[in-house]
Design a protein around this ligand. Structure first.
Ligand SMILES: Nc1ncnc2c1ncn2[C@@H]1O[C@H](COP(=O)(O)OP(=O)(O)OP(=O)(O)O)[C@@H](O)[C@H]1O
Ligand SMILES: CC(=O)N[C@H]1[C@@H]2OC[C@@H](O2)[C@@H](O)[C@@H]1O[C@H](C)C(=O)O
Length: 369
């Protein structure tokens, strides 16, 4: 077993999640501590500005050397090093996802896709004295895959003893589902927006980072016409493989009329839309799951959970119901994925990213680079 630390900076831009895992990439020997280092407001703001600027910079061929990108990458990496130090556990390997600032997998066969995670793996290796595995997505995208989601192979390890079929749902900035069949078959994809648009609304309407405990949504009414327009988005009907950039639905949300609603109604409608996206995902699964296990920050939003319960036929339970840490699953996944890279095991599969075959990936930076 390898002693790994997984690090994930998610699309919510709220901070870095870190988790200790002993694993050989196929099994988990032991989970250790997990924690989150929140980013200071200035870094959140700068990351958000970078996310917004990334498509135009990329189109102009100026993303790679952009000074704001390099500055954000350095600051973000320092917080990752802080997270590793705070865990206080000796490790053989760090799995460093970085921060996605642009995600454009190929839309058609033969097209060239891009996925871009920022972070400085050599700096992290120097600061921590531990080997760093990074760049988990680009080999898959180069082979024509979506490059996301990556957590399904870890979800299968977690859910080994559970009755199948089972669905694991992550509600981060974006939602993603992993369906696991009787024989361990995997079908996975991004369902649609989750907390991302709700966070944007809370920032505008309340000056808060999120609709804390779903209070705003609970005070509003779903606008059926706006929800119907949102639910007609072709992404929901498109079969997997499919994955999303954090900003992919921004335009559709504007054009459907969300900004014209009172803030509470907008929040209720966005929560209902997140649930509608998950309900629409069911038709792309090979068989209905017996239960849904929910991880990610969205499980703390009761308005979102109620909307999901109403939209899904099978029981919905938080990850904690199985003894898992729903805040740490993605970070734990990158510890397990790092071990898989070290052992040359595949990260992605035709059923998870649409990769043409099970694909290895990731790059390694030695401890003292
Ligand atoms: N108490 C709460 N009430 C409402 N929403 C909450 C609460 N706690 C967390 N959240 C939501 O969860 C989000 C963070 O979730 P999480 O950390 O799973 O996302 P992420 O990992 O950054 O995103 P992704 O999985 O898309 O990469 C916050 O932005 C917020 O919207
Ligand atoms: C490109 C990218 O960073 N995608 C994230 C994002 O956040 C949730 C969803 O969209 C998922 O596809 C993915 O993250 C997790 C860790 C994954 O790859 O499984």
């Amino acid at each position: 077993m390898l002693r790994t630390i997984g690090l994930m900076s998610g699309t919510s831009l709220d901070g870095v999640d870190a988790a200790y895992v002993e694993t050989d990439g196929e099994r988990v020997g032991r989970f250790g501590r997990a924690l989150t280092i929140p980013y200071p407001p200035a870094l959140r703001r700068d990351l958000r500005a970078l996310l917004d600027a990334a498509p135009a910079l990329h189109a102009a061929g100026r993303l790679a050397g952009d000074p704001a990108l390099l500055d954000c990458a350095r600051r973000l990496t320092e917080h990752h090093a802080e997270a590793v130090a705070a865990l206080g556990a000796p490790a053989d390997l760090i799995g460093f996802h970085g921060q996605t600032i642009l995600h454009r997998p190929a839309a058609r066969p033969g097209e060239r896709g891009h996925t871009w995670q920022i972070g400085d793996p050599a700096l992290l290796a120097r600061r921590t004295g531990v080997e760093v595995v990074h760049d988990f997505r680009s080999a898959d995208v180069a082979a024509g895959g979506q490059g996301a989601p990556l957590v399904p192979v870890f979800h299968r390890v977690l859910a080994e003893a559970l009755p199948k079929p089972v669905a694991l749902l992550n509600l981060g900035g974006v939602g993603n589902v992993t369906w696991i069949g009787e024989g361990g078959e995997l079908v996975a994809f991004d369902t649609g927006p989750a907390n991302g648009p709700l966070d944007d609304l809370a920032r505008r309407a309340l000056g808060q980072d999120c609709d804390r405990d779903g209070a705003l949504a609970a005070a509003g009414r779903v606008d059926a016409a706006v929800l119907a327009r949102l639910s007609a988005h072709p992404y929901l009907a498109a079969p997997p493989p499919k994955s999303l950039d954090r900003l992919d639905f921004d335009r559709a949300i504007r054009e459907a009329g969300v900004p014209g609603l009172a803030p509470a109604d907008a929040a209720a409608t966005l929560a209902a839309f997140c649930a509608a996206c998950v309900a629409a995902a069911v038709r792309h699964l090979p068989a209905p799951p017996r239960q849904w296990l929910v991880a990610g920050g969205g499980r703390r939003n009761p308005a979102l959970m109620r909307a999901l319960e109403a939209a899904l036929a099978a029981p919905l339970r938080p990850a904690e119901a199985e003894g898992w840490d729903g805040d740490a699953l993605e970070a734990q996944a990158f510890g397990v994925l790092a071990a898989r890279v070290a052992r040359g095991l595949p990260l992605t599969f035709p059923g998870t990213t649409g990769a043409p075959r099970p694909m290895t990936g990731g790059r390694r930076v030695p401890a003292f680079s």
